[in-house]
Design a protein around this ligand. Sequence first.
Ligand code: ADP
Ligand code: ASP
Ligand code: MG
Length: 434
Amino acid sequence: MKAIIKVFKFGGASLKNADSIKNVANILKRFREERLLIVVSAIGKTTDALEKVVEAHKNKTGEAFALLELVKKSHYEIADQLFDPGDPVYDAVNDTFVEIEWVLEEAPHENYDFMYDQIVSVGELVSSKIVQAYLVKAGLPTQWLDARDVILTDDIYREGWVQWEETEARCERIAKPMIEKGGFVLTQGFIGSTKENFTTTLGREGSDYTAAIFSYCLDAESMTIWKDVPGVLTGDPRIFDNVVKLDRLSYKEAIEMTYYGAKVIHPKTIKPLQNKSIPLYVKSFVNPDGEGTFISSEVDEAYPPMVAIEKNQALLHISTRDFSFVAEHHISYLFNLIADFRLQVNMMQNTAISFVVCFNDVDDKVDRFIEKIDAQFKVILDRNLELITVRHYRQDILDSLKEDKIVLLEERVRNTLQMVVKSVPMMRRKDTVN
Ligand code: ADP
Ligand code: ASP
Ligand code: MG
């Protein structure tokens, strides 16, 4: 009989210290009879800390080893609270960190993105070793799986694209037999490998996506991501008051909201699940009895207004240097470049003499794009903008979102409104003192 497999994902927030890891083990005890594939991210904010190591190494500031020491120290502090001295996990953790030390002993690699992946991926490798060892210690037999043996990507470092056929075949060959043995299988989010066996990463916050890749390849019955919020809310609770939990959401709603910045789920997560009708639960690791949000193909007719905000937007106003119309061949040339740079287009509009486009302003991609088109096109650039997406909008919500903002571009399509805005401090009358 085909085993019923569920996929769980625990992110950095659920693993931020020893108590959090114990809490994860307690949640998993409820599922000890089930076949689970568990995906874990790096502990807490480790990825940010490792990015600093990469920067220091690249810029030869001399601080890379000291910054790595801080990362190691925080991991050993957690391990000391979970394991007895001399536990074999210490060797496993040491061996993993040594891989970064080897990279740091060499001169910075000329391919920054390659070097980044070799260093930053270690966050997930160590966390998975610690969590797996702890689960075993807590009486939950758990095998450790190297996600790089399963997830094959292309060789675009920092944003590896999954090679689905081979990944599915490897999942069948490597992951399935491990799961069928019984107990849990635990692996890393965020990382994959090229066909030459170099480590890649799937893009920041990519562990949710890893869980979806495994769910798809294993034909999982369901996938659950455990978060520090009760479920998907109508807006980011760090930005808005009065947000409410959505009990049910269709794949389509979830895709629209996450693509445009609802940070609770990585945007690439939903599609693989939708393709195989695998339901996604977003649940709270703080209150595991809570119902969470259930995402599936079921469509509700009435949704409340939902808001997603994506920061770091760049708006480019592009026109030809020879004052000719922006014609099809220009658009086609620009789009080819956009694809080459893997720029995410969030909004666009074209008029006779200009093409206006809004991108996620990540790394130096926008600068490189502008440099490339500079000979042919004039570009007016606005940075540090926000993209606000409102689904099922209501006028009062739009009005409140526009307070203290200048709207640079706005578009309404059916029940979605999007705008690119710039924050401006409101002018207020000074109090007159007599
Ligand atoms: P992980 O620990 O898996 O990395 P994240 O921190 O990436 O979890 O995602 C959870 C966070 O997403 C929440 O703490 C919340 O601040 C934020 N968030 C943004 N938009 C939403 C939303 N619409 N609903 C719920 N949480 C949201
Ligand atoms: N650790 C990675 C990051 O912080 C991946 C993830 O957490 O999803 O980006
Ligand atoms: Mg995250």
